[in-house]
Design a protein around this ligand. Structure first.
Ligand code: COA
Length: 500
């Protein structure tokens, strides 16, 4: 801010105030009475005065000033001040502490700071922990508008796509930029059908991968199997490929991931994998590969709506990871494997089975409040609730609640009651955080009702999210610059003498 501030009093002549402003080369004066700011007089007010044709040597400041000016405190952050100036269209904001005028912030001050910051060493530029709200790229794939509870794939409402389109149509939309015509759909399905099968050289590796470890994480086998596919098919660095070749790699990985998920699942249970069914769509085939039976169309459609809803979701952690790896010019397999790793965390994709476990642990509706209260009071997180971007209902959770309701069953009724209890308890114990059910809460209920066991919940999420990762990989590779931020060093001051 600038200080001391040029001030005038209410009864001073306007002409004198104008002269002071010209002499001090400032665009405003603050009008004070007893040390308190009661108005502001700006160049804009002087222009209005001269344009009014009522210029009179006796006119006072009080007649043309803007009374009760908007003020801020000295502790307000520069970014906040900048936002206020640009949102409200002001050029000057008086700074007031305990009712006393202590300075003034002007557009000129903020431009000066912006210039200094951009010149400073990058480590000086602070960003919020967790990159909360930081824009790190431009994308035409999709976006989340958290305050409105809305997200979209390209220009379409994602929830509307879940209701009205097949998964393959949405996949086409994300890869090609538009929904397919009937001919394009046929060509797309013909292209991806043979890509669903697992490469011959990878098949013999799968039994060992499926059975490795006593307590494998939900995506452990898939992570390694995806890596094996990329290696076996000879994926090359994205920076050496044209778009058509990189797209072919993306199609292959997206088509084969669901088959890998189900093959690993069956092998772990000591069963032989089932080949994809050539006549079934993406989600029906997904369920088919688990049991070998063509699924009930209601279940297939429920899973398809879930899988479409999770294809993409802004710059979530796994999508960002895929883009970071691609930005190094690495191959598409590496980017997808890294993204699978990011998705495996319980704070991201690893929550749906935990949300269902919570329902089991609560057991009956009457125990819900005490259980949730105890969990939050002892510092626990309620799985399937809260979101970095949504501060209102997550539209995916609203859609899946509807799907779960249609499917019916005791678990839905119970989940509905627990949801209400959790939202109320969190509102009381974590006021102002706006915590609601996220996509994961009803996802578990829907998958459970469609016969998918808990260990398939996160892999099912991955089976469709891979399409969103690949759309982002293609976009990143098409206009790339390596993503390489900085960190602020907070360790002991260097250089210290090296001991010994
Ligand atoms: C999704 C999530 C990781 C977002 O995290 P974030 O934006 O970094 O939010 P924060 O971790 O800063 O949380 C903000 C506050 O809300 C609280 N909070 C957030 N989610 C909560 C939850 N599910 N249960 C209890 N408290 C929660 C935090 O404890 C924190 O409280 P504090 O201000 O007293 O420290 C977080 O809400 C969470 O852990 N949810 C549970 C896991 C989950 O469902 N993951 C799937 C996501 S789709």
């Amino acid at each position: 801010m600038s200080s001391p501030v040029l001030t005038v009093t209410l009864n001073e002549l306007l002409a004198d105030a104008a002269t002071k402003m010209v002499d001090r080369k400032v665009g405003s004066v603050v009008v004070i009475e007893g040390g308190r700011p009661v108005g502001i007089l700006t160049e804009r007010d002087l222009l209005r005065w001269t344009a009014s044709h009522s210029i009179d040597g006796a006119t006072t400041v009080a007649e043309w000033m803007t009374p009760d000016p908007y003020t801020i405190g000295p502790g307000v952050e520069v970014v906040e001040a900048w936002k206020t100036l640009s949102e409200k269209g002001y050029r000057h904001i008086p700074v007031v502490e305990a009712g006393e005028l202590v300075g003034i912030v002007t557009m000129r001050d903020l431009v000066r700071i912006a210039q200094i910051q951009s010149m400073a060493h990058p480590s000086q530029v602070e960003v919020p922990k967790g990159l909360d709200g930081v824009v790190v790229a431009e994308t035409a794939v999709g976006h989340v508008r958290g305050l409105e509870g809305f997200y979209h794939y390209r220009q379409y409402n994602a929830i509307e796509l879940c209701e009205r389109r097949s998964l393959e149509d949405v996949w086409h939309l994300l890869f090609e930029g538009e929904l397919p015509t009937a001919d394009e759909r046929r060509a797309f399905l013909d292209e991806l059908l043979p890509l669903r099968t697992i490469p011959e050289v990878v098949r013999p590796l799968l039994p060992d991968l499926a059975r490795a470890g006593d307590h494998p994480g939900p995506l452990d086998g898939l992570r390694t199997a995806t890596s094996a596919v990329a290696q076996a098919l000879g994926f090359r660095p994205s920076m050496d490929l044209d778009r058509a070749t990189l797209r072919a790699d993306a199609m292959r990985i997206c088509a084969v991931v669901p088959t890998l998920v189900m093959a690993l699942h069956r092998l772990r249970a000591g069963l032989e994998p089932i080949e994809p069914h050539p006549d079934l769509g993406y989600s029906a085939n997904y369920l088919y590969m688990r049991t070998g039976e063509v699924p009930d169309s209601e279940h297939a459609r429920a899973i398809e709506r879930y899988q479409i809803s999770t294809i993409d979701h802004g710059f979530n952690a796994s999508t960002f990871t895929a883009r970071v790896v691609t930005s190094t010019g690495a191959d598409l397999g590496s980017a997808v494997v890294a993204a699978i790793g990011a998705l495996s965390g319980p704070l991201h994709g690893g929550a749906p089975s935990r949300a269902l476990d919570m329902l089991d642990a609560i057991g009956t509706p009457d125990r819900a409040e005490a259980w949730v209260r105890h969990a939050v009071e002892t510092g626990g997180r309620i799985m399937g609730f809260g979101h970095r971007v949504y501060k209102t209902d997550d539209p995916r959770s609203v859609m899946l609640r509807g799907v779960a309701e249609q499917l019916g069953g005791d678990k839905f009724e119970f989940a509905r009651q627990v949801e209400k209890t959790v939202v109320d308890v969190l509102a009381e114990l974590k006021p102002g955080r706006n915590l609601y059910a996220n996509v994961e809460f009803y996802a578990g209920v829907v998958m459970d009702r469609c016969g998918l066991p808990g260990d398939l919940f996160t892999p099912t999420f991955a089976s469709s999210r891979v399409i969103g990762w690949c759309a982002n990989i293609l976009e990143q590779a098409a206009d790339n610059r390596i993503i390489r931020p900085s960190a602020r060093y907070v360790g002991p001051p260097p250089p210290q003498p090296v001991p010994g």
